[in-house]
Write a protein that binds this ligand. Structure first.
Ligand code: SF4
Length: 196
């Protein structure tokens, strides 16, 4: 078995966290051939039951930003989906709890080592930004996304994004430059990477 598949098998059998409200159910996809990495937060309750990442309205919008269909999105040889926590962490006072920190500490570097072909990393949400952009200086998410050209020009191109959830419709309306500049860039780059 290939090393990436072996690692995925190990992760799928992971039961490190014993306090997950719905039990362990790691939801992610990757292959060493993938050129695009989507780094999000953690599955919600619906995703836990469906067993597929971004199989919802957020995913529809993310696919629209990328300009790709569901078949391409769920092809791990094209696109890796590796959130900061792989299992549903449960509900807190204001929304879902943070992803389990032990998850990234245990698995993230091992996975990234098996993804040598990634040429674009889409980073969604605070936890993924803290991991992938630890040096960022902007005071909030809007400013970080606004500064996207700085991060995309690095050796390891990273694109910080707002969450594609319909809950962010107001943010998207207030920041039309995002669709005009950033989404335009993602579509063009994703189409190049997926074609080749
Ligand atoms: S959240 Fe991560 S570390 Fe915890 S059980 Fe799931 S896969 Fe394992």
């Amino acid at each position: 078995m290939r090393k990436d598949q072996q690692l995925l098998k190990e992760i799928k059998a992971c039961t490190i966290c014993q306090d997950l409200p719905l039990g362990p159910n790691p939801i992610l996809q990757f292959s060493s051939k993938a050129k695009i990495l989507v780094a999000g937060q953690a599955p919600g309750q619906i995703t836990h039951h469906k067993g597929r990442p971004f199989d919802d309205a957020s995913g529809d919008r993310l696919r629209e930003w990328l300009g790709i269909n569901r078949d391409t999105f769920y092809n791990p040889e094209k696109l890796a989906v590796v959130p900061m926590g792989f299992c549903y962490p449960g509900k807190g006072k204001s929304g879902d709890l943070a992803p389990k920190a032990i998850c990234a500490a245990t698995w993230r570097n091992k996975i990234l080592k098996e993804l040598p072909n990634i040429e674009l990393t889409l980073v969604i949400g605070k936890y993924a930004m803290d991991w992938h952009l630890p040096e960022r200086k902007e005071k909030n998410l809007t400013e970080t996304v606004r500064n996207w050209k700085h991060y995309i020009e690095q050796d390891n191109p990273i694109l910080p994004l707002p969450h594609p959830s319909p809950r962010n419709n107001i943010w998207l309306k207030k920041n039309p430059w995002f669709e005009e500049e950033v989404v335009k860039f993602i579509r063009k780059r994703a189409s190049e990477l997926i074609r080749n």
